[in-house]
Design a protein around this ligand. Sequence first.
Ligand SMILES: [Zn+2]
Length: 514
Amino acid sequence: MGEIAANYANYTNVCVIGVIRGYVPVLNSVPNREVLVHRMPLVIFLAVLLVAAPAGAQEKIDTAMVAKIRAEGLEHPRVMEVFDHLVNVIGPRLTASPAYRTAVNWSRDRLVNMGLDNVHLEPWEFGRGWQLEKLTVEMIEPRYQPIIGYAKGWSPSTSGRLVAAPVWIGNPGEDLRKYEGKLAGSIVMTRPILENFIRADRPPSSGDLRRAATAFQRDGQIAAMLGKERPGVTLEPSDGEHGTVFVTGRDGGANSVPSIVLSAEHYNMIARLLEQGIPVKLAVEIQSRFFDQDKNAYNVIAEIKGTDPAIGDEVVMAGAHLDSWHTGTGATDNADGIAVEIEAMRILKTLGVKPRRTIRIALWGGEEQGLLGSAAYVKEHLAGESGRAARDKFSVYFNLDNGTPPITGFYLEGNEEMKPIMEAWLKPLNDLGATVSTLGKIGATDHLSFIRVGLPGFQAVQDYTNYDVRTHHTNMDTYERVSADALKQASVVMATVLYDAAMRDAKIPRSPAK
Ligand SMILES: [Zn+2]
């Protein structure tokens, strides 16, 4: 594991240096190229274009436009305005929470002000919103210590401040049955001491992280017991370390129990005290609020209309998710993705591109609860018999979620015909570190909704350094985890692939049916 981490650190440095060193010479070359082109007779100009096209691929690349995209994205970036506003001003954006609605409206207004076409919200039914209003977890005996922890999403409030000795039903050294009938109103610790920490990120370009869930053989029994006994609050350890707490949650309805995830180090300390027979007293309080006036969540949609009379109503699309979990500020998951999508559109709009096909972006909600926003969109517009005509006019969907910029390439999901196309697109961006066109796959995000109806959907390959161990669904998913240079690079890559896909003669080939 240490070896992987060390190699990985090197890899990341290479990427960052690539970004910093990469764009300077090309920016310098932009004016030169334009001057040359203007002074050139047409025949020589066409010859230069042919030479500029990558060898071995028929893909026509408008290198002058790619250079303009790079110049706008790298020299006049506005991507940090969006990232900063989402992360610092609005904060975490749990689907259907007040902050999420603020983010939806703010993003829509920004896209309108950018002059994009057809900016609108698309509602879909979600459920209750939730917001945390107060949380304290303190050890008050045998000594005072504030404890690091976070309420799970949609946790109900405790009935006031609970002050009591915790009951450790997760102690594997004891018979669970001795607690039957004794848990009502208690502070209950549900898991054993946690020793299996998450200590390694996935390797570069490797798709999904397959992490064995740390199952506890009594989990089923404990869940059944908690359902019957109505404890006052449950405590469990996160499997992050160094104060990193992984927290998600779901709306368990009227009978759910207030529940908190603690940093494993603090959970383990309390458990070790109890193991030695030392009395512990905790004070725990959650105040949360539910919102059920509007049970919809919203996708935000915006376009640059296609101009080709024959294929202007065909669509190339990109997306990222606007919702986040609630304990950090949703920086890597996924304000970075949203900021890049909006910036890619700003770059294209600022350059006044006239795309042949329509370029559309979607800012999804409900991704964290199961890709719900993109699934609702696909169901409404693209699925089944009613979606057949729209599917025929749909070229490709690019997603930006898992990992953190820079974009090093795209997962092509086994689509071999796409590989030379993507390689040609990335070629003028290779020096920015975008070099990967892997046939590999990745799951757990919104491109899957498109793949499910047979459409090409590609998630970007990004950097996973500190993503799996530190930021993904944690209290440490914050501003500091994302680099401004990397956001600029990602915006240029996203704008370029959208432009290339919109301009090429044919739609993107579909993967053969499996
Ligand atoms: Zn996520």
